[in-house]
Write a protein that binds this ligand. Structure first.
Ligand code: PLP
Length: 353
């Protein structure tokens, strides 16, 4: 830390992104990326748009929001595009939390929530998940706080049903609940339809996972028009050109390829079922994942050892810190070939095979 850093950031603990190796041929099962590239028409659209890079992007993302409105059945005024959904989450902390309205979220959830709470000066409470990592909706009733729920949750992979979210919304009429649906396309039910019923619901989604655009950085917030107006006030105070031209063009092209997206999600779900069955045969225990990853532990090998043994053998998985989950690893679902290689490699690790 330089002697110039503002004292308000003296004990900032930044988020730790998963490793992105530059050399060496790793099978990357550590950052929940999609193993399939974007549809060729998406790459072409981004390339064509790159010829206009001397011009600012559209701060309203008009064409992209129109396409997304058609896809989701929402109105354009109910949508705001962001630079990855992380930015939407950050703006939600800025807009809907303060000294009097703390944030609450689970003790085992997306690592960015506490980071955003701290950088925005938001007090927060962590609500312990149940023994089996289940989230008890009643724990969020009358929260008197802005609620952040990843649904499905990461890294546990478990999902609540929209009725359960509706119960939470009903019991918190004076505060906002932010439902982070980064993984919803891999087998959970979205809450987008509840937006018309609840003016305190903000749904956040990303193009990073199911739509193969992690490197493009595209996400969105969906909610009641007034919530979206608040978020836009924040966005126009930070960076109105938050979505660049190429990403915006890629997003529009991507929304024309819903069949491609659905097919890839289906393959990933099949690979997940296959991998889960093989891991069980090897003695692993895991949660019922509705995402593109498995959250697994082995009774005979510690989480950290497993991570290191796989890394030595050129497979990266994610070992997360936190004492409740130290035994576990988060394993992204890749192609069938990648998952076969994972299983073959695991079979050779002492204590497992
Ligand atoms: C991946 C992820 C995000 C956001 O990723 P972006 O790439 O910023 O869109 C948000 N929430 C959870 C729970 C995630 O796993």
């Amino acid at each position: 830390m330089s002697r110039f850093l503002s004292e308000k950031f003296a004990d900032l603990e930044p988020y730790t992104p998963g490793e992105q190796p530059r050399e060496g041929r790793y099978i990357k099962l550590n950052t929940n990326e999609n193993p399939f590239p974007p549809h060729p028409s998406v790459t072409e659209a981004a390339e064509a748009e790159s010829r206009k890079l001397q011009l600012y992007s559209d701060p309203e993302c008009k064409a992209l929001r129109a396409a997304l409105a058609a896809e989701t059945g929402l109105r354009e005024e109910e949508l705001m595009m962001t630079n990855g959904s992380d930015e939407a989450l950050y703006f939600a902390f800025l807009a809907f939390c303060d000294r009097h309205t703390p944030a609450i979220f689970a003790d085992v959830t997306y690592g960015f929530y506490p980071v955003y709470a701290r950088i925005t000066g938001t007090p927060y409470r962590e609500i312990p998940l149940g023994e089996d990592f289940r989230l008890e909706p009643k724990d969020y009733y009358q929260a008197a706080a802005t609620i952040f729920i990843a649904n499905p949750n990461a890294p546990t992979g478990l999902a609540l049903r929209p009725e359960e979210i509706a119960g939470i919304l009903e019991q918190n009429p004076y505060t906002v609940a932010v439902i982070d649906e980064a993984y919803v396309d891999f087998g959970a039910e979205s809450c987008l339809e509840l937006i018309r019923e609840y003016d305190n619901l903000l749904v956040v989604q990303t193009f990073s996972k199911s739509r193969s655009l992690a490197g493009g950085r595209l996400g969105f917030a969906a909610g009641n028009e007034e919530l979206i107006r608040d978020l836009n006030a924040i966005r126009y105070s930070v960076n109105p050109y938050n979505v660049n031209r190429m990403t915006s063009a890629a997003g529009i092209a991507c929304l024309k390829q819903e069949e491609y997206t659905r097919k890839n999600c289906r393959i990933i779900q099949e690979n997940r079922a296959w991998t889960a069955a093989r891991l069980k045969e090897l003695g692993f225990e895991m949660t019922e994942s509705r995402t593109n990853f498995l959250f697994a532990r082995h009774p005979a090998v510690s989480g950290e050892t497993l991570y290191k043994e796989l890394k030595k053998r050129k497979i990266l998985i994610r070992h997360l810190s936190g004492k409740r989950i130290a035994d576990y690893n988060r394993i992204t679902i890749g192609t069938r070939e990648e998952m076969e290689k994972l299983i073959q490699t695991l079979e050779k690790i002492p204590g497992i095979g």
